[in-house]
Design a protein around this ligand. Structure first.
Ligand code: ATP
Length: 773
C-alpha cells in the first residue's frame, strides 16, 4: 500500500463511518476529518463526509459524500473546516431529524463522528436517543421499508469537541482552543509593545460568552493586569478594586496596562461589564490614556497550531476505534484529553456538566460554576491571581516560614523558562519569600567570585520579572555546565547567600544537576535544602514527566518550517524534504511533529534507521508520485531526528533518495537547527510554565522551617515536577534517577509516545495494517 491511496479492500461487512463538523468553525477541525477518514479506511471501513453540518444531514444527496484516502490530503495545514459547517434550525425539530435519519439509512451510514461544540453534541445525543423511534416512524409512514432499516438498528455517535472557547466539561482542551489562544496572545503581544511605548492602557475584548478560558489563559500568558471572566465575576466594587491593583502596578513602575474582558463578562448581579465601562475607570480614576481593542473573528481563523493538529489527529483516530469497539449498550462517548491522556467520557454527562456551568452562572452560583469547570481551570485562575498583583498581605507567611529561594536556569533555553521564573518570583513575593536569581547557570555561580565573573546573584523584584511571561530565551542567563564542575564553590556560594531552597528550570542537564546535588548532600550542608526541577527543553527527554515546557514552542516552530518547505514544493509537486529535528536521543519531537504535519515517515533514535526501511520508503515514494494526479499540492516530508543514525545522516538519506528517484522526483534536505527553539514561547508553554512554577514553589515551601536532617530524610525534598498520564505530579529524584532514567541515552526509560508513531504511519499510508471489522 502506498501513501496517497486506500489500502486493499477487506473481506467481510464494511461499515460506513461519516464525519461532520458543526457549530462555529475551529482550527483543527480539518485534522479531525482527515484522521477519521483515513483511520476508517485503514480499518477496512468506508468513510463519508457530511458537508455543511446538520444542514447537510437533513438535505442529504450530494451533501453526503464518500471520502477517499487522497480527498483529505493537505487537510492538516488548512484553517476553518473544509467540509463546511452551519447552524441548522431544522435539526432542532423532530421532522428535520427524521429526514436526517432517512438520509443516513439511504446512504448506508451507521456511525457518525461529530466535531462541534456542546450544541452540536447535544443534538447528536438527542438524535441517537430518538433513533429507534425515528426508524419506526419512517417505516410506518412508508418512507423506508422494514428491510431497509433492518441493518441500521443501532446508531453509533462519537463526539469530538471542536470549539475555540474550551467550554466543554470533561476535557482539558477542545480542538481549536490553543490555536485561538495563540491568535489572542500574538495580538496582545503586539499591543503590549505599543502600550509600553506610550505608557497606555488597553482594554482587550476576547471571545467567550459563557466561558472565560480564553480570557483567563490570555491573562496568564500575557501577564495582564486584570481580567473579567463570567465564571468568577469581580466584587460589586470592581471599579475600585481594579483601580487599586492597576494603580499599584503603575506605582511600582509599570509603564503599560492590559485588561482582558471576556465577551460574556458580568458582575455579581449578572450586569454586563463592557470594555467601555472598564475604559471609563482607567481614564477617569487613573487618568490613563486608554484604548479598546475588540479582537473579534481573528480569534477563530487561520491554521491550527501544533497542539490542535496533534489533538485532532489523535482524537479522530480514537473516535474510529470507539465506533468499532461500541456495542449497542455503550453510551455515546466524547473523546477528551486530560493532561496528556486521550480518554473516552460519556457524551451525555459531558454535555450535562457543560450546561450546568451556564445554569450555575445564571443562578449566580459562581462557586459552583468554578467547581464545575475542570480542576485545571481553578488552578490556572489561582496561578493568575497570585502572579498578577504586587502585594497580597493576606497571603504572607509568618517570618519563620519565609525562605530565600534560588532560581537557576540550566541547559539550552526553551520557550516558557522565563514565564516559569516570573511565576516563581511573583509567588515568592506574595508569600514573603525572597527570590534570588543565580545568573548564567552553575558555571555562572562557580565563576561568580573569580577574576572574570560570569554570573551574578541578585534579588529579583516584581517589576524585574513582570514582563517575562511572553519573553523567549533566558532572562537570567543559562548554561549547560553542571555543578559537578566544582561542588565546593557551588556550596560556598549557596551558603554565602543563605539559599534555603532551589528551583531549577531546564532540560536533562537540570535533571542531572539535581541528581548530583542530591547525592552530594552528604558532603555539603548547603545542598541539604529542598530542590525542585521544572523540566524545560525542546527535546522533551526529561525523566519524571511526559511534557517539558518548550517542547510545544519547538513543535510550532517545526510545523512552520515544514509548512514552508511543503509550500515551496507546490509548483513542482514531486519533491521530498528530509528534515532534521532536534531531540537528542529522544524521538518525541520528530514523532509529534510527524503527527502534526502528516509526515510521510519519521526516523527516531529509538527505532534507528536501516537499509530495509529506506528501501521500503523509497518504493513507497515512487508509487505515490507515480499515482499522483495533481491532488498532492504539497511535497512529502520525512522527519529525521538528529541522532536517529550515525551512518544514515540527513545528507546521506537525501542523496540516496535522489539517486534512487532517477529523476522521477527530487529530494532536498532541511536543517532548522536553532530555529526550533522558537522566538516567542507558545501560549501552552507559557501557561503550563506559570502553573508549574507556582506549584513548584508551593511544594518547596512545604519544607520551610524544617531541619536539614528532616529535609534529607524526606525523598520529596528533591523532586521533579511533571505530567504523568492524566496527572500533574512531583516525583522523588532518587526514584526517578534509579528506575525511570536511561542515563546513557539521556531520556526516560519508558516513553509514553512510542505508540503514536503507528498513528503517523497509518495516517500517511506508510504502514497500514488493515483489520477486518
Ligand atoms: P459553538 O461552540 O461554536 O457554539 P455549538 O456546536 O455549540 O458550537 P450550536 O449553534 O449551539 O453550536 O449548535 C450547532 C447546531 O447543532 C445547531 O444549529 C443545530 O443544528 C444543532 N443543535 C444544537 N443544539 C441542539 C439541540 N438541543 N437539539 C437538536 N439539535 C441541536
Amino acid at each position: 500500500m502506498s501513501a496517497g491511496e486506500a489500502p486493499p479492500p477487506l473481506p467481510g461487512k464494511k461499515r460506513r463511518i461519516a464525519v461532520m463538523t458543526s457549530g462555529g468553525d475551529a482550527p483543527g477541525m480539518n485534522g479531525a476529518v482527515r484522521a477519521v477518514v483515513r483511520m476508517s479506511i485503514a480499518k477496512g471501513c468506508e468513510a463519508y463526509a457530511i458537508y455543511e453540518g446538520y444542514d447537510g444531514l437533513v438535505k442529504g444527496g450530494d451533501m453526503i459524500k464518500e471520502m477517499k484516502w487522497t480527498d483529505v490530503r493537505g487537510y492538516l495545514g488548512e484553517g476553518g473546516t473544509l467540509i463546511g459547517t452551519a447552524r441548522c434550525a431544522a435539526f432542532f425539530e423532530r421532522p428535520g431529524r427524521l429526514q436526517a435519519a432517512k438520509n443516513m439509512v439511504l446512504k448506508g451510514i451507521d456511525a457518525l463522528v461529530i466535531c462541534g461544540g456542546d450544541g452540536s453534541l447535544t443534538g447528536a445525543d438527542k438524535f441517537r436517543a430518538e433513533w429507534p423511534g425515528l426508524l419506526e416512524e419512517l417505516v410506518k409512514n412508508g418512507e423506508l421499508s422494514a428491510e431497509q432499516i433492518s441493518p441500521f438498528k443501532h446508531l453509533n455517535i462519537v463526539g469530538l469537541v471542536g470549539s475555540i472557547d474550551n467550554d466543554m466539561s470533561s476535557t482539558d482542551a477542545t480542538i481549536g482552543c490553543y490555536s485561538s489562544l495563540g491568535r489572542i496572545c500574538e495580538s496582545v503581544d503586539y499591543i503590549d509593545a505599543t502600550a509600553f511605548s506610550h505608557q497606555r492602557a488597553f482594554v482587550i475584548e476576547v471571545m467567550g460568552r459563557h466561558c472565560g478560558w480564553l480570557a483567563l489563559m490570555a491573562g496568564v500568558s500575557c501577564g495582564a493586569d486584570f481580567i473579567f471572566i463570567p465564571e468568577k465575576p469581580p466584587s460589586e466594587n470592581w471599579r475600585q478594586e481594579m483601580a487599586k491593583i492597576i494603580g499599584k502596578h503603575r506605582k511600582l513602575g509599570k509603564r503599560k496596562t492590559i485588561v482582558i474582558v471576556a465577551e460574556g463578562a458580568h458582575d455579581l448581579n449578572l450586569e454586563k461589564i463592557t470594555p467601555a465601562m472598564v475604559k471609563d475607570v482607567l481614564c477617569n480614576d487613573l487618568h490613563l490614556d486608554t484604548r479598546i481593542t475588540t479582537l473579534g473573528h481573528v480569534q477563530r481563523g487561520g491554521q491550527a497550531c501544533a497542539y490542535d493538529r496533534m489533538l485532532s489527529t489523535l482524537q479522530g483516530a480514537e473516535a474510529v476505534n470507539a465506533v468499532l469497539e461500541a456495542t449497542p449498550d455503550t453510551p455515546s462517548p466524547v473523546i477528551s484529553i486530560i493532561e496528556n491522556k486521550i480518554v473516552r467520557k460519556p457524551l451525555l454527562e459531558a454535555v450535562k456538566l457543560t450546561q450546568q456551568v451556564t445554569e450555575a452562572i445564571k443562578a449566580k452560583d459562581f462557586e459552583r460554576a468554578m467547581h464545575l469547570r475542570d480542576a485545571e481551570f481553578a488552578e490556572y485562575y489561582a496561578a493568575y491571581m497570585i502572579t498578577t498583583s504586587a502585594e497580597k498581605p493576606e497571603l504572607l507567611l509568618p517570618p519563620e516560614k519565609r525562605m530565600r529561594v534560588g532560581l537557576i536556569h540550566v541547559g539550552a533555553p526553551a520557550g516558557g523558562v522565563n514565564a516559569a521564573t516570573r511565576a516563581a518570583v511573583a509567588y515568592c513575593l506574595a508569600r514573603g519569600h525572597t527570590p534570588i536569581a543565580l545568573h548564567n547557570g552553575f558555571p555562572g555561580l562557580i565563576r561568580h567570585h573569580s577574576d572574570k565573573p560570569l554570573g551574578a546573584v541578585r534579588e529579583i523584584s516584581w517589576l524585574d520579572a513582570e514582563s517575562w511571561a511572553s519573553k523567549g530565551g533566558s532572562e537570567i542567563g543559562t548554561n549547560r555546565g553542571l555543578p559537578s564542575e566544582d561542588y565546593e564553590t557551588v556550596a560556598h556560594v549557596l551558603e554565602k547567600y543563605n539559599i534555603q531552597a532551589l528551583f531549577m528550570v531546564g532540560g536533562f542537564e537540570a535533571f542531572a544537576a539535581a541528581a548530583g546535588l542530591r547525592k552530594e548532600r552528604e558532603n555539603h550542608r548547603a545542598f541539604k535544602i529542598p530542590m525542585c526541577v521544572l523540566p524545560a527543553t525542546v527535546s522533551n527527554n526529561v525523566p519524571g514527566t511526559e511534557y517539558s515546557i518548550g517542547s510545544d514552542t519547538c513543535l510550532n516552530a517545526l510545523i512552520e518550517f515544514c509548512d514552508a518547505c511543503r509550500q515551496s514544493a507546490s509548483s513542482s509537486r514531486r519533491r521530498v524534504f528530509v528534515i532534521e529535528t532536534q531531540g537528542g536521543y529522544s524521538g518525541y519531537i520528530a514523532t509529534l511533529a510527524g503527527l502534526s504535519i502528516g509526515a510521510f515517515s519519521v526516523y527516531t533514535p529509538e527505532e534507528g534507521i536501516n537499509i530495509k526501511m529506506l528501501d521500503r520508503d523509497i518504493d513507497h515514494l515512487r508509487e505515490t508520485f507515480a499515482k499522483d494526479r495533481g491532488q498532492g499540492r504539497a511535497g512529502k516530508i520525512i522527519l529525521r531526528n538528529e541522532k536517529a543514525s550515525s551512518t544514515y545522516t540527513t545528507e546521506v538519506i537525501t542523496s540516496i533518495i535522489k539517486e534512487e528517484a532517477k529523476g522521477r522526483f527530487e529530494a532536498r534536505s532541511g536543517i532548522p537547527g536553532h530555529f526550533q527553539q522558537g522566538t516567542t514561547p507558545s501560549p501552552m508553554d507559557r501557561v503550563r510554565a506559570t502553573r508549574f512554577g507556582v506549584k513548584s514553589l508551593q511544594h518547596l515551601e512545604l519544607f520551610a522551617g524544617k531541619t536539614q536532617d528532616q529535609i534529607c530524610d524526606d525523598p520529596m525534598s528533591s523532586t521533579v515536577i511533571g505530567i504523568k498520564g492524566a496527572k500533574v505530579t512531583f516525583s522523588p529524584m532518587e526514584l526517578v534517577e534509579a528506575h525511570e532514567t536511561d542515563w546513557k541515552e539521556r531520556r526516560p526509560k519508558e516513553e509514553f509516545w512510542l505508540g503514536l508513531k503507528d498513528i503517523v504511519d497509518t495516517l500517511s499510508g506508510r504502514m497500514v495494517k488493515p483489520q477486518i471489522v
